[in-house]
Design a protein around this ligand. Structure first.
Ligand code: F6P
Length: 551
């Protein structure tokens, strides 16, 4: 087994004196209400807030922590060797031990003059070489210099990919929509359900459509199926031979062989590297659609934002380090308060797909029950992550967050300046996010409800316990750089939590079994394969499908 010199013995987590200290602190402080915490400490809001790069402000004073809680959590982070782990990641050590790979998404946004070595080779020049090629290609598409097979310019860009090869680009396109060219329409096809492809292409002119096939491995069932369907659709639509593919398909992958085998000229391929995890790849060539949408300059601004947060994470003392603080607060909620979930609630419609993106980032990274040494962890790891933009969610699921029986910690994300300054919308939006965090924290007592004149029988229904924790991330404005900072914030938060839990945040073995079984079932559904041998339930369902389809 490959060794990782910075990994701390994972079994030791709950036996650590720092963990024990947190347990007794939890017992003493668990029932203290946020109302009392604010009352007893006039400086609480300031003490438990921190300003990060370019005005990104993190107010975690509405979390159920005190300065002492944070000190104890920080001591735990030190005991888990966080400093050494961060340094190892930035140095390009192979900390993804189960895949024997370095973890260097930070190199994707390193400046041109930086040097980061993997196996003795500086990876930064290669990163910039690809960025330059992407820039030239994006400019050619944006200006219309790149022509399709019939000589027309490209009007629709369709990204075909799934997981990290889809969620990042799709999220970034929405998030940065205000900065995108409106001359080209952008679409994202991911699902193997043909509906996805059919609906996204139904009004497209093949002569003006460019497909970007994004797949790190270039073997993923969904992506390869959709890419083949796209090629057939294109050739049928253009009544052309396979030479047309060169003008309408480009590939983003680490696998040049498979790209050629598919029929895409590797001159039209943009590469990346095995040290970029799929869910950490939206700022690699996987972001080609983003770059075409916002232009090379906009993309570069986004990378600068990422890099700014990387540097903040790398050098800022942990007590003032945004990703570290967010991670520690999350550990407190998950491992001590026992919360099973995290709601991420951006008050910005452009971040419509942000929580879907985070689901993969957090849950594929830290949804693990095996520690780095192969032992089974005896503590909870990743919570389920979900959410949608406010104020929509307020009229759907917030009821449960306010008055349900479970503790649902929330991350609120808000930007002060609107990108669409119309009337008083922004003030209303901001009033709502502030009100929600306040209501969750402080609630409304029975006495307050009764004092408002509610009859005694109704008052319990109208009472709010409060004491429901949330963090507010407030930034000046949603820009490409702000998006980069925000994503890097969560990437590093995930890494810190993985370090404390003693797991590998960079593999994803848990997705393999389903893939293998699907491959086995595919021929069985056609009815030509031998009688399937599955459990009785699966067998019954296969038989039902075959009958329904007349097989
Ligand atoms: O199935 C999970 C996964 O491997 C993700 O980790 C990855 O982002 C996604 O599939 C797509 O993989 P690829 O980019 O290789 O097609």
């Amino acid at each position: 087994m490959p060794t990782d010199t910075t990994a701390v013995a994972p079994q030791s987590l709950t036996a650590l004196p720092q963990w024990k200290a947190l347990e007794s602190h939890f017992e003493q402080s668990r029932s203290v209400h946020l109302r009392e915490m604010f009352k007893s400490d006039a400086k609480r809001a300031q003490t438990l807030s921190v300003e990060g790069p370019s005005g990104m402000f993190l107010d975690y004073s509405k979390q159920r922590v005190t300065a002492q809680t944070m000190q104890l959590l920080l001591a735990l982070a030190e005991a888990r060797g966080l400093r050494a782990r961060i340094d190892a990641m930035f140095r390009g050590e192979k900390i993804n031990v189960t895949e024997e790979r370095a973890v260097l998404h930070v190199a994707l946004r390193a400046p041109r003059d930086a040097h980061i070595l993997v196996d003795g080779v500086d990876v930064v020049p290669g990163v910039h070489e690809v960025l330059d090629r992407m820039g030239a290609f994006a400019d050619a598409i944006r200006s219309g210099a790149w022509k399709g097979h019939t000589g027309k310019r490209i009007r629709t860009v369709i990204n075909i990919g799934i997981g990290g090869s889809d969620l990042g680009p799709a999220m970034a396109y929405d998030a940065l929509c205000a900065y995108t060219t409106r001359e080209i329409s952008f679409r994202f096809v991911s699902n193997v359900d043909a509906t996805d492809f059919a609906e996204k292409t139904r009004d497209c002119d093949p002569a003006q459509t460019l497909f970007i096939v994004c797949s790190k491995t270039f073997t993923t069932l969904e992506t390869m199926t959709n890419a083949n369907t796209a090629r057939e659709w294109l050739l049928k639509g253009l009544g052309a031979d396979s030479a047309a593919v060169a003008k309408h398909f480009v590939a983003v992958s680490t696998n040049a062989k498979k790209v050629s085998a598919f029929g895409i000229d590797t001159a039209n391929m943009f590469g990346f590297w095995d040290w970029v995890g799929g869910r950490y790849s939206m700022d690699s060539a996987i972001g080609l659609s983003t770059m075409i949408a916002v232009g090379p300059t906009g993309f570069q601004e986004m990378l600068s934002g990422f890099h700014e947060m990387d540097e903040h994470f790398r050098i800022t003392p942990f007590a003032k380090n945004l990703p570290v603080i967010m991670a520690l607060v999350g550990i407190w909620n998950s491992n001590f308060f026992g919360s099973q979930t995290l709601a991420v609630l951006p008050y910005d419609q452009y971040l419509d797909r942000f929580s879907s993106y985070l689901q993969q980032l957090e849950m594929e990274s830290n949804g693990k029950h095996v520690a780095l040494d192969g032992s089974r962890v005896t503590w909870e790891t990743c919570p389920s992550v979900w959410g949608q933009p406010g104020t929509n969610g307020q009229h759907a699921f917030y009821q449960m967050i306010h008055q349900g029986t479970r503790l649902v910690p929330c991350d609120f994300i808000a930007f002060c300046e609107p990108l669409n300054p119309i009337g008083i919308h922004q003030d209303l939006l901001m009033a709502n996010v502030l009100a929600q965090a306040e209501a969750l924290a402080f609630g409304k007592t029975l006495q307050e409800v009764e004092a408002e004149g509610s009859p005694a029988w109704l008052a319990p229904h109208r009472q709010f316990d409060g004491n429901r924790p949330s963090t507010m991330i407030m930034a000046p404005r949603l820009t490409p750089a702000a998006l980069g900072r925000l994503i890097a914030l969560y990437e590093h938060k995930v890494f810190v939590q993985g370090t404390i839990w003693g797991i590998n945040s960079f593999d994803q073995w848990g997705v393999e079994l389903g893939k293998v079984l699907a491959q086995r079932i595919i021929p069985e559904l056609s009815g030509t394969a031998p009688t399937p041998a599955h459990d009785a339930s699966t067998q019954q369902l296969i038989a039902r499908y075959r009958t329904t389809r007349g097989r």
